[in-house]
Structure formats: structure tokens, C-alpha cells
Design a protein around this ligand. Structure first.
Ligand SMILES: NC(=O)c1ccc[n+]([C@@H]2O[C@H](COP(=O)([O-])OP(=O)(O)OC[C@H]3O[C@@H](n4cnc5c(N)ncnc54)[C@H](OP(=O)(O)O)[C@@H]3O)[C@@H](O)[C@H]2O)c1
Length: 239
């Protein structure tokens, strides 16, 4: 055993979290308590600290698109991505912010909310072909809609379409239902996991919520960072 991997010392986060060049890469960023809870009081914000928030924002800055489930958008009142401190240089040659790509079957979304009306880059909705036509029309009026799959989102097709549009550095911010399917579809290349020094009990979900994953990905520890009692683990997939 060793203390922290690879070795203790100050880190350049932009360098540490740089996406591999020239490939489509799906990173997920999640936080969990010591006993595996992905929620505290039905939100994830109560699990983090300032360093977690800083990393959360930096990872957005490094991404081309932020994939997010409609459940999290509703639970956390998601707004659009806004430029953030610490982004100096990271978005050179790219739009000022990555758009959100919201996964939704019901399209039960508030299209008059800032997440659509104040987005600097139009919010994307990842929808299904059998979505309610009236809601689909509303979605098309307020967002950039990608249809992938009939009754259920075809995640690989959605990722291919995002990549075709130049969104190859993907960041999935969950929630657990969406992340479970991203992993099940074999799409996850990297997990950034903040381990929060809390023990909460109760019945919150874990960071993956869904049926057992048929072929669990083989993950390797890329690094482990520490800020006070928090650990920031980065695992990448062995292919
Ligand atoms: N710990 C963390 O890092 C973390 C991160 C994010 C969120 N969270 C927490 O997790 C909770 C929300 O997570 P969640 O798992 O309930 O929701 P979620 O994964 O954010 O979103 C689920 C929603 O995504 C859509 N969806 C999922 N699979 C789909 C498919 N195959 N086809 C089409 N649409 C699909 C559906 O939207 P419609 O209902 O619109 O059809 C579904 O209700 C919140 O409490 C949030 O705070 C924690």
C-alpha cells in the first residue's frame, strides 16, 4: 500500500484532467459519501466542499458538452453552464461554454426556465422518437433536439450524434439513472469520483441506479487527489 497515488504534492488540475486528444471520450463526474450515498436531502450539492465545486466547474470548462438527466435538472433546478473562474485558456477556439444535453423521455421540462432561455450556447435535448408531439414541438422551439431511439434513448446513437457535431469531450454529470445506462451501454471511459467524508444511512441511491451492469468496465486508478478530508479519484477504463 502507499499513501496517495501517484505521489503527494501540488497539482495542475487543468493538466491532470485534460481529455485525451483526438478521441470521443465520456467522462462522468460524481460525488458520493463514505457509505455510498449519491444524494443528501435529495440533492448532490450537500455532499461536496469548495474544492469539489471548483473541480465540478473546471471539468465543465474542459468539456464540449455536459450530458445530464432530466431528473437532476428538475431536482437541482439546473441553470445553463456559465463561464467560470479558472477557465483561463481552457476554452480557446471553442464556444464560451459547453451546452447542456438533457436526457428526457417525457420532455416534462420547463422550456421557459433559464436553462433554456439564458443559455449562451443552445441547450440540447436528447429525446426519443415516441415523445409527445406537442412537447417535442415546444422542445424544438427552445432547444436543439436530437432524436435517438424510439421509446428509450439510444445512448450510443446519441453520443455518436453529439460527436458528429464536434462534441467529442463529453462530461456526464449523472444522475444515477442516466449514468447507470451510460455504463451499461459500455460508453463510460472515465469516472471522476469525489469521496465525501460523510456517513448518511437512509435510502439514497448510489452513483449508478439501474439493473446490474452485464459487462462491468475494468477501471484503473489514474490518480487520487486530496483536499482536507475529501478524496478526488480519477479512474479510466482499460480497453
Ligand atoms: N452524487 C452525484 O454526483 C449526483 C449527480 C447528479 C445527480 N445526483 C442526484 O440524483 C438525483 C437525480 O437522479 P435520477 O437518477 O433520479 O435522475 P437522472 O438520471 O438525472 O434523470 C433521469 C431522467 O432521465 C431521463 N431518462 C433516463 N433514462 C432514459 C432513457 N433511457 N430514455 C429517455 N430518457 C431517459 C428521464 O427523464 P424524463 O423523466 O423527463 O423522461 C428520467 O426520469 C437527484 O437527487 C440529484 O441530486 C447526484
Amino acid at each position: 500500500m502507499r499513501t496517495l497515488s501517484p505521489e503527494p504534492g501540488e497539482v495542475d488540475l487543468v493538466e491532470r484532467y485534460a481529455y485525451p486528444p483526438g478521441v470521443t471520450w465520456m467522462r462522468a463526474n460524481m460525488v458520493a459519501s463514505l457509505d455510498g450515498a449519491a444524494q443528501r436531502d435529495e440533492r448532490s450539492g450537500g455532499l461536496g466542499n469548495a474544492a469539489d465545486r471548483h473541480l465540478f466547474l473546471l471539468l465543465r470548462g474542459l468539456a464540449d458538452v455536459v450530458v445530464i438527466g432530466a431528473g437532476t435538472v428538475r431536482a437541482e433546478g439546473y441553470g445553463p453552464v456559465r463561464p467560470s473562474e479558472g477557465w483561463d485558456g481552457v476554452r480557446e477556439g471553442r464556444p464560451p461554454v459547453p451546452p447542456l444535453a438533457i436526457v428526457s423521455r417525457s420532455l416534462d421540462l420547463d422550456f421557459d426556465a433559464p436553462v433554456f432561455t439564458e443559455a449562451q450556447v443552445p441547450t440540447i435535448v436528447l429525446a426519443t422518437a415516441t415523445a409527445d408531439p406537442v412537447r417535442l414541438k415546444a422542445a424544438r422551439e427552445h432547444a436543439d433536439v436530437i432524436i435517438a431511439g424510439r421509446d428509450s434513448l439510444d445512448f450510443p446513437a446519441a453520443v455518436r450524434e453529439l460527436a458528429t457535431r464536434g462534441h467529442r469531450r463529453l462530461l456526464c454529470e449523472g444522475g444515477p439513472t442516466v449514468l447507470g445506462q451510460v455504463v451499461a451501454a459500455g460508453l463510460l471511459d472515465e469516472l471522476c469520483l469525489t469521496l465525501s467524508p460523510m456517513m448518511l444511512g437512509g435510502n439514497p441511491t448510489r452513483i449508478l441506479n439501474g439493473p446490474p451492469v452485464d459487462v462491468p468496465p475494468d477501471m484503473a486508478l489514474a490518480h487520487a487527489l486530496q483536499d482536507k478530508e475529501f478524496l478526488f479519484l480519477r479512474y479510466t477504463r482499460n480497453r
